[in-house]
Ligand binder design. Structure first.
Ligand code: ZN
Length: 199
């Protein structure tokens, strides 16, 4: 198999964001993706739980709005032909993991494809709250995270992605996602959630 190097991308230590114009988007941190018994387990996703928890805690203290996407499928969804059955609505696997359970006031958006904006009210809700900056975390880095980041950037939201907040099935997918977010979508890659300051 031919191997290639992922080109370099820019990483910053710190980013300061206006709390009132920023939202967090937690992408698909559902049992089927995060838990070993899940139907589409991403083994490295568990390492992102604690950083995402810290990010949400910090965001809540500053009144930053929190959105979750929830990948959602029904019977005979064509995505099952690609991935097998996963996150079927109403099942345990569909639920967001207990460690990151949404709280009152958080907004949960059900989506049927990789992109959190496609066919959902996400863009409208973000505009209602005059959000300009999106901190995107969750899984899978090169699938739903990247599609959602891309879709956000096409709508001119400024995208910020902490490296310890996303996970992929292999290192190439992980770094290729960050490369695209930096190079193509002009997002900001920050080394850790701890470098994100809401003010
Ligand atoms: Zn799916």
């Amino acid at each position: 198999m031919k191997s290639v190097l992922v080109p370099q991308y820019r990483v910053v230590d710190t980013v300061r964001l206006p709390a009132g114009k920023t939202a967090i988007i937690v992408v698909d941190m559902q049992n089927d993706f995060v838990k070993p018994q899940g139907k589409l387990h991403v083994p490295t996703a568990k390492e992102t739980i604690e950083p995402i928890r810290r990010l949400l805690e910090k965001a809540r203290e500053k009144g930053v709005r929190i959105f979750y996407t929830k990948d959602t499928h029904y019977d005979d969804d064509p995505e099952y032909d690609i991935w097998g059955e996963h996150v079927k609505k109403g099942t345990w696997g569909w639920e967001i993991i207990d460690e990151l359970k949404p709280r009152e006031g958080d907004i949960v958006v059900e989506k049927t494809r990789y992109d959190g904006f496609y066919g959902t009210p996400l863009d409208d809700l973000l505009r209602v709250y005059k959000i300009e900056y999106l901190v995107i975390v969750g899984t899978v880095a090169n699938i739903c995270v990247l599609h959602t980041a891309a879709s956000a950037a096409l709508r001119w939201y400024k995208v910020i992605v902490p490296m310890d907040g996303i996970s992929a099935l292999n290192e190439f997918d992980y770094h290729a996602s960050l490369r695209q977010i930096d190079f193509l979508y002009k997002g900001i890659i920050v080394e850790s959630v701890d470098g994100i300051i809401f003010e």
